[in-house]
Structures are given as C-alpha cells and as structure tokens.
Design a protein around this ligand. Structure first.
Ligand code: ZN
Length: 228
C-alpha cells in the first residue's frame, strides 16, 4: 500500500477526499492543522472522520496563525459575516474569512510529512466552484504549489516526485454530497460552520453553513448538520 497524506479539516469536503484516497488504495495519513481557528470543534470532527474512514494515522499539528491574525477566523476583533452580506455571492471580493496563506502553510506541513513518510501523493479538498473565492482554493494555486513541491524537497529532486491531488476542484457542492454518499461518508461526523459551538453545532448563517446547506438541497439529500 502506498502512503498518502490527506489534509482533513473536519469539514465535509476533506472527508470525501479522504474516502477517495482510501478508495484509490492509499494508506491515508490524515493531517489536521490547529491554526488557532475560532471553531476548534472542527478538529474533533477531523478525528471522528479519520477514525470512521480508517485513516492509517491522524496527526494534528499546531501552527498558531492567531498570533498574526488578519482573518475573522483567527482574530476575535473581526466578525464572521452572516447572511451572505460579503461573500460566496459571486461578487468577486475575497471575504474576511480568508485566512492569510492558510492553504500554503497547511500544504507545506503536509509536504514535510509526506517526505518523512516516503509518500509521493498529497490530497486536499479545495474547491473552486461552490466556494468563498479564496485565492488558495483555485487551480492555479494547486498547480504552482505542486511545482514548488518538486523543486523544494529531496523527494521531488531525487525521488519519484510529488503530486498534489485536488479531486473536488471542479465539482459542485451537490456533486460532492453525492460522491460522499457513494463512498459511505458519514456527513453527521463533519463540521463545516465557521462559528460552530463546542459541540459542533452550526450557526446556519455563515458562508460555510449556507454553501453546505445549498449543496445538500441541490443534491436532494437531507443534511445531518445539527444547528444551535
Ligand atoms: Zn455557520
């Protein structure tokens, strides 16, 4: 079995990606990053997802992005927008919930672990269809990071090379829901909400909640999300 590193946030998209990596025959090493997010219940969700989908390991790495702030998810002085007033609406602006350089940092940690494991494959759940417009969720970012990975590492220069898999990149949220059901993902284990409480209950109003709810509705599937 080949090793792979899979970034698992605790949300629905990365759960589907973990299931896809397992289906492709990888020994999936789940990686979560405790970056100081204001919704730490997603880390508990990540542990549930990793266990349920039989990840070979689950590691939580601390990277304190709260110390630099700059996002409504990492700075208590900033407010997470509710009701769709700022984002996910196609107006082209990058919303305040964007976390500066988050995916670059998380993929870099994944790259380091992949090198240690001898893994040539890294999976992440970024999506550029039903998303909030974050620049580090777009195809150009993934392609650029893959090039970086192959010039930055011993594994890239001397080994078999590194591949960054973003299998959900061009899928709508409804298609992601259906793919998850096909793969047996228990969406009740996942937490998407930016403002989820300590028990993982969702607010129902933030962009993450609204994107998720619309995906399930479009798929004609009941969302097991628990709301406050
Ligand atoms: Zn929410």
């Amino acid at each position: 079995m080949k090793n792979a590193v899979v970034l698992v946030s605790g949300g629905m998209d990365s759960a589907v990606v973990l299931a896809l990596a397992r289906e492709q025959g990888f020994a999936a090493h789940a990686l979560s990053v405790a970056y100081g997010q204001r919704h730490p219940s997603e880390l508990a969700a990540a542990a549930r997802v990793a266990a349920a989908l039989e990840a070979a390991a689950h590691k939580v790495v601390d990277v304190d992005l709260r110390s630099i702030g700059g996002s409504a998810l990492t700075d208590d002085a900033l407010t997470v927008p509710k009701g769709g007033d700022a984002s996910a609406s196609g107006d082209g602006r990058i919303p305040i919930t964007y976390v500066p350089a988050r995916n670059t940092i998380m993929l870099s940690v994944a790259l380091g672990w992949a090198e240690v494991l001898g893994a040539a494959d890294i999976f992440c759940g970024v999506n550029a269809v039903d998303y909030s417009g974050y620049p580090d969720c777009r195809p150009a970012f993934i392609e650029a990071f893959e090039r970086l990975a192959n010039v930055a590492t011993k594994a890239g220069v001397e080994g078999a090379g590194i591949r960054i898999h973003a299998p959900l990149m061009r899928m709508g949220k409804d298609a992601i829901v259906l793919e998850g059901l096909r793969l047996g993902v228990d969406f009740a284990a996942t937490v998407s909400c930016y403002l989820a409480d300590a028990e993982g209950r969702a607010c129902g109003q933030c962009d993450a909640c609204r994107l998720r709810a619309r995906g399930f509705a479009d798929a004609g599937v009941t969302d097991p999300t628990r709301y406050v």
